[in-house]
Design a binder for this molecule. Structure first.
Ligand SMILES: CCCCCCCCCCCCC/C=C/C(=O)SCCNC(=O)CCNC(=O)[C@H](O)C(C)(C)COP(=O)(O)OP(=O)(O)OC[C@H]1O[C@@H](n2cnc3c(N)ncnc32)[C@H](O)[C@@H]1OP(=O)(O)O
Length: 244
């Protein structure tokens, strides 16, 4: 006797689709749980390395170089999250996540890692500490949320600490870019002067000034997105976000 799935009835096909959706959901949850645990662990390793460096050396000078490899790996790996949004694995804005992740990767690779002279700036330590506290909170929130074991203090931290940490992080990033300007101007790094075989000129110095100015319209978008998330999660407001 053929089972209902095999006899091709409407009910059988529906059962098959339900089984496929359940399998996809289980795989998605398993992947996201693994990803968030790994990212929580990575940022915790970074935090412990920074604390150990400061206790051992008694100064922040040289701290960036001591954690650069770990930072570059875990911050770059966060690009995966743009994919999570794009394929619908998580319900959040691709644009907001993309701007957030790209701004971090830009800061790590095209500013701090590229210009050694600014790596000991206090502003670098400021954004590193802020990023680390933020990401440990964020990824542990996602992890416990997926495991249905979410302590309230982590939920509270996830949707309240950003109110202070976000502006602090932006200050650290902007001061770091500002500190880099003289070195970029003097070295002409990442720039192309005319004449050249491409007949194109590009000045990284002015690009950085544009990036700094772009914080003015872009940061509020991210910050207000987090405030909307905060109202939704902590106060149960129904908020419809479209990926405009
Ligand atoms: C090429 C040059 C580029 C240069 C660009 C320059 C312009 C720069 C302008 C912008 C300046 C930004 C500067 C940034 C500074 C800092 O970051 S300082 C540190 C402080 N920062 C923060 O606090 C923000 C941290 N970032 C985030 O929170 C995110 O990146 C976010 C995208 C901004 C917001 O996250 P989002 O996911 O949208 O909100 P949540 O409420 O956390 O989640 C929504 C739902 O999605 C689920 N989810 C998301 N990710 C996951 C995951 N990994 N695993 C599982 N689930 C996930 C989450 O659970 C929510 O689901 P529901 O609860 O069911 O709704």
């Amino acid at each position: 006797m053929a089972s209902s799935e095999e006899d091709g009835t409407v009910e059988g096909k529906e059962n098959n689709n339900i089984k496929k959706k359940k399998m996809k959901s289980t795989l998605a949850t398993a992947w996201l749980t693994f990803y968030n645990i790994a990212m929580t662990a990575g940022w915790l390793v970074l935090a412990l390395a920074m604390i150990r460096f400061y206790i051992h050396k008694g100064t922040h000078r040289g701290l960036y170089r001591s954690i650069a490899r770990t930072l570059k790996f875990f911050q770059t790996f966060a690009l995966v999250e743009v994919g999570h949004c794009a394929i619908g694995l998580v319900k959040t804005s691709v644009i907001v996540t993309g701007v957030q992740v790209c701004s971090r990767i830009f800061m790590v690779w095209f500013i701090t890692n590229s210009i050694r002279q600014i790596q000991n700036e206090e502003s670098v330590i400021l954004f590193l500490v802020v990023w680390t506290v933020t990401e440990i909170t964020r990824y542990s929130y996602y992890t416990f949320n997926l495991l249905n074991l979410l302590p309230y203090f982590i939920k509270w931290a996830r949707y309240n600490l950003f109110i202070v940490l976000y502006p602090l992080g932006v200050v650290g990033e902007l001061f770091t870019i500002y500190a880099a300007l003289p070195f970029v101007r003097r070295s002409g790094m990442y720039s192309m002067r005319l004449p050249n075989k491409y007949n194109v000129s590009f000045d990284y110095y002015y690009c950085l000034i544009i990036v700094m100015l772009s914080y003015i319209p872009l940061f509020p978008q991210l910050f207000f997105h987090m405030l909307r998330q905060r109202r939704r999660v902590l106060h149960g407001e129904v908020i419809v976000e479209k990926d405009d």
